[in-house]
Design a protein around this ligand. Structure first.
Ligand code: NAD
Length: 291
């Protein structure tokens, strides 16, 4: 079956980025959330992104119009998946929540379709077990910002079949992405390394090793990373980073124990760019306020 309709569940940092490239690739895309505010923010951000892309000649006016005519939003998950042909789940990294959402998707989405999860760490075998179609479930792990990052990590669960992997690869390639196929292990390849580096940077901050600016600068210029680990944490969302670390700590052991300072930031509501304050401070437009 050639896929024409995609539903993205969760309109946060990742869901909105995925919906944007999905609509751009020509899929009829429905972005679903439980929060109208999040859907409106997502649309606003996507408009900004398309204006920027037009101004840089990356897309034409008519391509942008086509993109938005392919894009729909909904607060009604059941209605949005009843006739869909492919689902990407992008709700927060909490197992109970993912379980509830995947059970609903499984009950109401057509039986033959693939359910892909944008989880950063959670076992696709476990996610598959929340459904009655584990052979059609896998992780389809995008990166932030979705429109710029070229990779999609495809992670198979124990029951995932080859047809599912090939459908996911086809969708990812149509969205302009490169893929790697990874066997199931907590944190896959990328999240495991990224969580480890990000956590270590928080321990350094807590120990007073250097200022946040200098930790980030050292890693950017000394190790040639495109971003420092603390600025990346603010972009990812410190709550998401903490959820990832908690899961890796539980599954892979002590070396992933979250830095207490990271836990404190999350308790204080300092979640990064999305709340205007994380390690750094941001304007309403998401620009970093330099000291
Ligand atoms: N942030 C990153 O850089 C990043 C990168 C790769 C993967 N991920 C993964 O992507 C997933 C989403 O992360 P995020 O950073 O976009 O989270 P987020 O907190 O920015 O957004 C999550 C969205 O899901 C919505 N939501 C919550 N419950 C819902 C429900 N029952 N039905 C529909 N929508 C619901 C929320 O309202 C919110 O808009 C997580 O699994 C995360 O681990 C995140």
């Amino acid at each position: 079956m050639t896929i024409k309709k995609i539903t993205v569940v969760g309109a946060g940092i990742m869901g909105r980025g995925i919906a944007y490239i999905s609509a751009q690739a020509g899929f009829q895309t429905t972005l679903v959330d439980i929060s109208l505010e999040q859907l409106n923010n997502a649309l606003q951000e996507m408009r900004k992104l398309s204006k920027k892309a037009i101004s840089k000649n990356r897309i034409t006016d008519s391509e942008a119009r086509a993109l938005f005519s392919n894009l729909h939003t909904s607060l009604d998950l059941v209605a949005a998946i009843e006739e869909t042909e492919y689902v990407i789940e992008a709700v927060p990294e909490q197992r109970e929540l993912k379980k509830n959402v995947l059970e609903t998707i499984d009950q109401h989405a057509p039986k033959q379709i693939v359910i892909a999860s944008n989880t950063s760490t959670i076992s696709p075998t476990e996610l598959g077990s929340y459904t009655k179609r584990p052979e059609q479930v896998a992780a389809m792990h995008f990166f932030n910002p979705v429109h710029r990052m070229r990779l999609v990590e495809i992670v198979k669960g124990l029951e995932t079949n080859a047809e599912t992997v090939s459908v996911i690869r086809e969708v990812a390639e149509k969205m302009g992405k490169e893929t790697v196929e990874v066997n199931e292990f907590p944190g896959f390849v990328t999240s495991r390394i990224s969580a480890m580096v990000g956590n270590e940077a928080f321990y350094m901050l807590q120990e007073g090793v250097a200022t946040p600016e200098d930790i980030d600068k050292a890693i950017r210029l000394g190790l040639n990373y495109p971003m420092g680990p603390l600025e990346l944490g603010d972009l990812v969302g410190l709550d998401t980073r903490l959820n990832n670390l908690k899961y890796l700590h539980e599954t892979l052991g002590e070396k992933f124990r979250p830095a207490p300072l990271l836990e404190q930031y999350v308790k204080a509501g300092r979640l990064g760019r999305k709340t205007g304050r994380g390690v750094y401070d941001y304007t309403n437009d998401g620009e970093r306020i330099k000291k």
